[in-house]
Design a protein around this ligand. Structure first.
Ligand code: SF4
Length: 279
């Protein structure tokens, strides 16, 4: 890929430790757990990879375990030891290995940042409310890649929508989820979305590429229709698996506890969330 977003990470002695630690991993195992030692974070990243566990989920799980008092907030060595327990398959390791939702239930933690039992990534939905709508309503759980409203809320890509206010977030997330479902189904990496959202020529180039490859004649409207079709199929699958609109919600504390320094709560109502997939 010409974007080449990956790299390699070396420890303090110059020895290869792991692949370049990604943004989400640095947040999940770093700031989210009060850990500021990048070498420790890279070590945990390597353990996650070796054990086949997702770094966002494991970072949230360790943070929930810290909230429960299983380890001290900010204790890097304790975090490393807990991840090693997952690899061993010990009793505590099996609890943690089941993710943040299960860990929260086992230890009676109230503030567990999950939707549909999947952990939230690096963006707090109170201060990036568009991504909060995506977390709540995407078919997969709290997945930022399914409708990356951060791009518009914080980076001004594809327009501007105030991240701290509920207005405009449902429409933003809806359009992004539709576009992303379409892009995902082409097999393209989601990172091309930045370019195609902001440049009409680049979006047309994607259409030309798909049409040339598949012998098709897709237009922009067809891409939109494709995204909606995919999302409807996914939601049908979820409905048949027993999920309802009650599962399209954020945990309550995001609506009750203001987040400093902006001191805002998540302001998009349940009724508004139910409109995201109304197309
Ligand atoms: S395909 Fe996507 S994830 Fe892979 S290197 Fe390119 S931009 Fe990065």
């Amino acid at each position: 890929c010409v974007i080449r977003c990956s790299g390699t990470f070396y420890d303090k002695n110059g020895r290869f430790l792991t692949k370049q630690v990604e943004y989400e991993t640095v947040w999940a195992h770093g700031g989210n757990c009060g850990i500021d030692d990048l070498d420790a974070i890279a070590q945990i990243d390597r353990l996650d990879d070796d054990f086949g566990i997702d770094t966002i989920e494991m970072g949230a799980t360790i943070a929930v375990a810290m909230e429960a008092g299983v380890a001290e907030f900010g204790d890097a060595q304790a975090a490393i030891n807990l991840v090693k327990e997952v690899g061993k398959g010990s009793d505590i390791g099996r609890i943690l290995g089941n993710g943040a939702a299960v860990t929260g239930k086992v230890f009676g933690v109230e503030r567990v940042p999950v939707v549909k039992n999947q952990s939230m990534p690096a963006y707090d939905p109170r201060t990036v409310q568009g991504i909060g709508v995506t977390y709540a309503t995407t078919t997969m759980g709290a997945d930022h890649t399914a409708g990356y409203a951060v791009a518009t809320n914080l980076l001004g890509i594809g327009g501007t929508v105030d991240p701290l206010k509920p207005e405009g977030q449902v429409e933003l997330s809806k359009n992004l989820q539709i576009a992303t479902a379409a892009i995902d189904s082409t097999g393209m990496c989601v990172f091309i979305a930045f370019a195609i959202l902001d440049q009409a020529d680049t979006f047309q180039a994607l259409l030309d590429l798909i049409n040339g490859f598949a012998g098709a004649n897709l237009t922009a409207d067809d891409v939109n229709a494709l995204g909606m079709k995919v999302l409807k199929m996914e939601r049908k699958f979820n409905a048949e698996a027993g999920l309802t609109n009650k599962d399209d919600r954020l945990p309550d504390y995001f609506k009750k506890e203001p987040l400093p320094p902006h001191n805002v709560t998540f302001g998009v109502t349940d009724e508004e969330l139910d409109q995201v997939h109304n197309y």
